[in-house]
Design a protein around this ligand. Structure first.
Ligand code: GLV
Ligand code: MN
Ligand code: MN
Length: 400
């Protein structure tokens, strides 16, 4: 097996955590294009160079560590959610770096490494890899805004001094992404590793309801055009109407709400909120969209609210490549005999976009108590190392 060095890997993973360390547990605050994110990427570029890879930033700030000639590509992302854990994305990048370096030291197969930018969707949904896949043009991406109204163009300009061209995907023979599961199943079963079968699809958009801002003491209830009441009614109606359409694995979330002007004594004149839904089947995602649009229109009409939508973002469900997946399964059986499973991914990953260019596969390790996108996110270090070994074992198998 490629002689990976678990101590070196863990030490670097902890070093990366210092960029944007939240001070609460092992949490990090390293959103895309923040100072911490850019500093972490510059540090990572140095680690890549020291490992014999050629660091290269593309126009959106995705960082590649390139091996010479054709190579396997591995990695994930190093940006975080506004409140994130130390492993989401970071694990896949640092494990890839260790495998690439160990393989090079041992004269093994060439491996390139990547940390995609804005996987966590400050601007879009997995923005950096979506642009690289060609599904989203740079021109359209540049118009996307974060929730404070900053544009993607403004944000990526902060890395313009580092940026080169887009990397030609033809030099890569396939992509493997290791990640924490971010759900409860492996942890509950006491299993060390999950080999991903498929990644769910997602739809995500911003909805705005506009009513009439007014005095909360003097405006009679029947005369109000209260944007929050519209949002609340919309939420209960879709929960009911989805019931006949969804399966137990379908999920939907209103994760961001902004009320204007956001004050105790003012009837809210405007509600802007995120609406996101995920499922393994594109038809179901489309049916849910119909319900969302019909319900929002109905509520807006009944309550005298103006309704508008932001751009609809989305990724299709994607199956993993059989050959790459087979290599991961064989390596998992060697490292954790009888103690791994095949499973779908309910979280999104850059692999979905990379699949446009090349075969892709993914590997999961457990998340303690199934917690992620929170400061408490963690994984037993034994599981981190087991995952690293499975990754190395798969690379070796793919060489032959
Ligand atoms: C990516 O982090 C996701 O939201 O699944
Ligand atoms: Mn992630
Ligand atoms: Mn994430």
């Amino acid at each position: 097996m490629i002689p990976v060095n678990p101590e070196r890997f863990l030490a670097e993973l902890h070093e990366l955590r210092r960029f944007g360390a939240s001070g609460i547990g092992k949490g990090v605050v390293r959103p895309a294009y923040s100072e911490a994110d850019i500093a972490a990427r510059q540090w990572l570029a140095g680690r890549m160079e020291a490992a014999g890879l050629r660091p290269h930033f593309d126009p959106v700030g995705s960082l590649f560590g390139l091996a010479e000639g054709p190579s396997l590509l591995m990695g994930s992302h190093t940006d975080s959610q506004p409140e994130g854990g130390w492993l989401d994305g970071a694990l896949g990048v640092m494990a890839a770096l260790e495998v690439a370096r160990a393989s090079r030291e041992a004269g093994g197969p060439p491996v390139s490494v990547v940390s995609f930018e804005d996987e966590e969707g400050r601007f879009g949904v997995t923005t950096g890899s979506t642009v690289w896949s060609g599904k989203l043009s740079l021109e359209v991406a540049d118009e996307l805004t974060d929730r404070e109204g900053e544009t993607f163009a403004e944000a990526r300009a902060r890395m313009a001094h580092l940026a080169g061209d887009f990397v030609d995907p033809k030099q890569f023979t396939g992509f493997i992404e290791m990640h924490i599961e971010q759900g409860p199943w492996l942890d509950q079963a006491g299993e060390a590793v999950g080999v991903v079968e498929s990644i769910v699809g997602i739809r995500d958009m911003r909805i705005t309801l506009e009513g009439q801002q007014n005095h909360a003491g003097t405006t009679p209830m029947h005369l109000r055009r209260d944007a929050f009441q519209g949002l609340a009614e919309f939420n209960s109606l879709i929960n009911e109407r989805f019931r006949n359409v969804v399966t137990p694995s379908t999920v939907w979330t209103i994760g961001h709400v902004s009320l204007h002007p956001d004050a105790h004594s003012i009837v809210p004149g405007r509600a802007v909120f995120s609406m996101q839904w995920r499922d393994g089947e594109a038809d179901r995602l489309a049916r849910m969209e119909e319900i969302i649009r019909e319900t929002a229109a109905e509520v807006a009409d009944r309550r005298g609210l103006e309704l508008s939508y932001g751009p609809m973002l989305g990724l299709e469900p994607v199956a993993m490549d059989a050959r790459l997946r087979g290599a991961l399964e064989a390596a998992a059986e060697e490292v954790a005999p009888g103690n791994w499973r095949s499973m779908p991914s309910g979280a999104l990953h850059d692999a979905t976009n990379v699949a446009v260019h090349m075969p892709v596969a993914m590997l999961f390790v457990p998340s303690i108590d199934g917690i992620s996108h929170a400061f408490e996110e963690d994984t037993d270090e034994r599981d981190l190392v087991a995952g690293l070994k499975v990754l190395a074992g798969a690379v070796e198998r793919l060489q032959s």
